[in-house]
Design a binder for this molecule. Structure first.
Ligand SMILES: Cc1cc2nc3c(=O)[nH]c(=O)nc-3n(C[C@H](O)[C@H](O)[C@H](O)COP(=O)(O)O)c2cc1C
Length: 421
């Protein structure tokens, strides 16, 4: 039972949380952008010739071609929101460097005619084990946001995970996708809010709820903060464009987006963002949807998740956007796969940019790989065709690696194909 006082305290806490959100960014060009671009380039070398931008998704050679266009298209503040990690960006670097710790062992003279990349994840059939990770406020990158992504997922027959912080409503997205999406839940520790969101997702037709476990506050977003104006909590609004999204009404607007259902979450606000395993039990028992935990990084937590009857895990460090100095996800994948021992599917994200990366994760025991920034680059660069372009580039690369490795279908990819270097 919520008293008026606890409701007021809860509202204050939620408002503080919302105000610290990276969504509240103003575009503020300057030296910070140059530094950001340099940092990102160090973490993810850009393979496109300097200064050359692709004119259409069909021209893309790899996913970095979309990033180059996104960088030109977005305001510096929005590009910073997309690109940055936290602290010294060691996590961004580690996520890419981790792949260098594994080498592939191809088999020869295998008949790979009729090669098939299709697979199934928790009852969802997909054309390829590459999944669109949840990302908040995709309208930041393109006006069509999550709808463009849904249409691209539909045309390529791939799985979309929709963030609670979606810029478009769940119903709109489901209509655009024409099939169930997985619903990613970020919730304050306040049961009415959690139950409300789960029920809405369930009634809308989602078959899986993905609980994000690392949303316990924001890390030290040093670089991102340089793009915020003075006088936080509300950033300066240097241009009309910024004012339209970051004006004084932002708290309410973002608040409504928090639920993704047009409800004002301040009515339900919580005094805590931290969840615990009992809360996971409560969510599991309150829904017929399958429950997946996103953000697991240790074998200890993976084992508890299995014991608690969770249906799947996404090994993720949030694309290094929450905390720095964690190991790369590809490095921790083996211990988690070992702990889970095939009882539930293990998925993975953070730093996946090539078909080879996807193959490596599958060989180490992952059922599928989620991508975040690459499809957001595509979205920012060209809208729906850009997302589709990114998915086609990565699927094509994955198929090529499967061919080289002598694997005819996803089920035939095993631990025998990879070895630590
Ligand atoms: C702009 C942006 C917004 C994100 N928003 C969310 C979110 O709302 N919920 C969530 O669980 N993860 C969120 N993530 C993390 C992604 O789901 C995913 O874990 C991460 O992007 C994977 O790393 P990658 O970007 O290197 O592929 C976000 C990531 C980015 C880049």
């Amino acid at each position: 039972m919520l008293t008026r006082q606890s409701l007021r305290a809860s509202r204050r806490t939620l408002l503080q949380f919302l105000l610290s959100s990276p969504l509240l960014l103003a575009a503020r060009p300057g030296a910070a952008l140059e530094e950001l671009v340099e940092t990102i380039a160090r973490c993810e070398p850009d393979l496109s010739p300097a200064g050359e931008l692709i004119a259409s998704p069909a021209d893309a050679i790899n996913v970095f071609d979309f990033r180059a266009v996104a960088k030109q298209t977005l305001s510096p503040g929005h590009y910073a929101f997309l690109a940055t990690g936290v602290d010294h960006e060691r996590g961004l670097h580690a996520n890419r460097a981790g792949f260098g710790r594994f080498g592939l062992r191809p088999r020869r003279m295998v008949d790979v005619r009729g090669l098939d990349t299709a697979t199934e994840i928790l009852g969802t059939q997909v054309s390829c084990p590459i999944v669109l990770a949840p990302a908040g406020m995709q309208t930041t990158f393109h006006p069509e946001g999550e709808l463009a992504v849904a249409r691209a997922a539909k045309s390529t027959d791939q799985l979309q995970i929709l963030s609670t912080l979606s810029g478009k409503s769940l119903d709109q997205v489901l209509e655009a996708r024409g099939a169930p999406v997985w619903f990613m839940l970020v919730t304050p520790r306040l049961w009415p809010v959690t139950r409300f969101q789960i029920k809405k997702a369930e009634e809308a037709g989602c078959n899986v709820v993905v609980l994000t476990t690392d949303y316990v506050g924001f890390g030290s977003q040093d670089r991102l903060r340089r793009f915020r104006g003075p006088g936080d909590p509300f950033p300066s609004t240097e241009s009309r464009e910024c004012q339209s999204c970051h004006g004084p009404s932002t708290g309410g607007r973002i608040g409504r987006i928090l639920t993704a259902f047009g409800q004002d979450p301040l009515e339900f606000a919580s005094d805590a963002l931290t969840l615990d395993w009992d809360y996971v039990d409560r969510i599991r028992d309150a829904t017929s949807m399958k429950l997946v935990l996103k953000g697991i990084l240790t074998h200890e937590d993976a084992s508890i998740a299995v014991e608690r009857g969770v249906d799947g895990i996404i090994v993720s460090n949030h694309g290094a956007k929450q905390m720095d100095n964690s190991l790369s996800t590809i490095e921790v994948l083996p211990e988690i796969v070992h702990a889970v021992a095939g009882r539930i599917p293990v998925m993975i994200d953070s730093g996946f940019r090539r078909g080879t990366d996807v193959f490596t994760a599958l060989a180490l025991g992952a059922s599928a790989v989620c991508i975040g920034r690459p499809y957001l680059w595509g979205l920012a660069a060209f809208g729906e065709p850009g997302v589709e372009g990114v998915l086609r580039v990565l699927s094509r690369e994955f198929e090529t690696v499967m061919r080289h490795m002598g694997t005819r279908n996803v089920a035939s990819i095993s631990r025998d194909f990879v070895q630590p270097t």
